[in-house]
Design a protein around this ligand. Structure first.
Ligand code: NAP
Length: 308
């Protein structure tokens, strides 16, 4: 049987983490990329990944890429990443469903679909979350061994420009005492590698994945300690939330309990003993990005209303 896995999005965060973890675990990795000459694609090739050219919209290339692989890791970008991607929620859903259907027709043995923890309580009313729930629901009807992982918000998202770190502040969704789960992108790959290694245990399951939880106060302590100077945490002000529909709806979902995350961190640590804590993450994989965020001014990308 083939020991090769086709990884979508391998030039991006989740797929990159999965490709690296699978290589480390001894799998052969194939990656479908739009531009095999890009810096990220060349780095994948140098790491030992078989890079093939394709696009979610090119069914023939996708089918060819899937031939003979044991497993498929499926992730799609979403409209929630910004309007400049030019991707609608319908596109995301169509691509996610097409990949799952092709995996069945290509005889793939194990399909891993990466969704979002936001849909664990059901539909959210936000397009880029609910698209994933519809893909999940489709995957669960298919005659294939499939696992749906639902990542929490990425720790890496905390270091995007516009949250105030360059000004000695940090503004985000949680209240000071409200916990929210996050996942270090590196852990996504390690967990997916563990899932692929044990289809009998993980086939047919859907579960949230996260690394750790933090309140606003926890992030204030973490960032202040790491920066060596005070970083004051505040929830986005009512004025900011009133002026930005996207942020307001996310804050409402958090308050309603839908975004706080319910991953079983103890069970995940057994699956992947190296699960990051916020402390290990900020000293390790995030050290460079954190230093950069401290010196990078910027505005939150969702400057206008409703880009979900
Ligand atoms: N940020 C969070 O906190 C969070 C939490 C849970 C879930 N999510 C979900 O995670 C997903 C994004 O994952 P990510 O952050 O890993 O994405 P990413 O870093 O933005 O990477 C996107 C990947 O998709 C590839 N891609 C884009 N368009 C493509 C196309 N038409 N055909 C083939 N490949 C294409 C890109 O490749 P090239 O550009 O190189 O071609 C890249 O490898 C979104 O659906 C988001 O909702 C995010």
């Amino acid at each position: 049987m083939s020991n090769e896995v086709l990884v979508f999005g391998a030039t991006g965060q989740q797929g990159g983490s999965v490709a690296a973890a699978l290589l480390q675990a001894g799998w052969r990795v194939r990656a479908l990329v739009r531009n095999p000459g890009s810096k990220q694609a060349l780095a994948l090739r140098d790491a030992g990944v078989t890079v093939v050219k394709g696009d979610f919209a090119d069914a023939d290339a996708m089918r060819l890429a899937m031939q003979g692989v044991y497993g498929v890791f499926s992730v799609q970008p979403s409209s929630g990443q910004g309007a400049e991607l030019g991707l609608s929620d319908e596109d995301e859903e169509r691509f996610g469903i097409a990949i799952a259907d092709m995996a069945v027709h290509s005889g793939v043995k194990h399909l891993i679909y990466s969704s979002t923890a936001a849909v664990s309580s059901g539909p959210t009313g936000m397009g880029h979350f609910d698209s994933k729930l519809r893909i999940e629901n489709h995957v669960r009807t298919l005659p294939i061994t499939a696992t749906v992982v639902r990542p929490a918000a990425f720790m890496e998202m905390l270091l995007m420009p516009g949250f105030g770190l360059d000004q000695g502040e940090f503004n985000f969704f949680m209240r000071s005492d409200q916990p929210m789960q996050f996942i270090a992108v590196q852990d996504i790959g390690a967990i997916v590698a563990a899932v692929l290694a044990d289809p009998l245990r993980f086939g047919g399951t859907t579960f949230e994945i996260a690394s750790a939880a933090a309140t606003g106060d926890d992030l204030q302590a973490l960032f202040s300690q790491a920066a060596g100077r005070p970083i004051t945490y505040s929830r986005f002000s009512d004025q900011v939330l009133a002026g930005n529909d996207f942020l307001r709806r996310l804050a409402e979902l958090l308050d309603a309990g839908a975004l706080a995350g319910r991953a079983d961190l103890g069970a995940l640590r057994q699956i992947h003993p190296g699960l990051q804590t916020f402390e290990s993450w900020i000293k390790g994989p995030a050290r460079y990005s954190f230093e950069k965020a401290l010196g990078t001014p910027g505005a939150w990308a969702y400057g206008t209303a409703d880009k979900n």
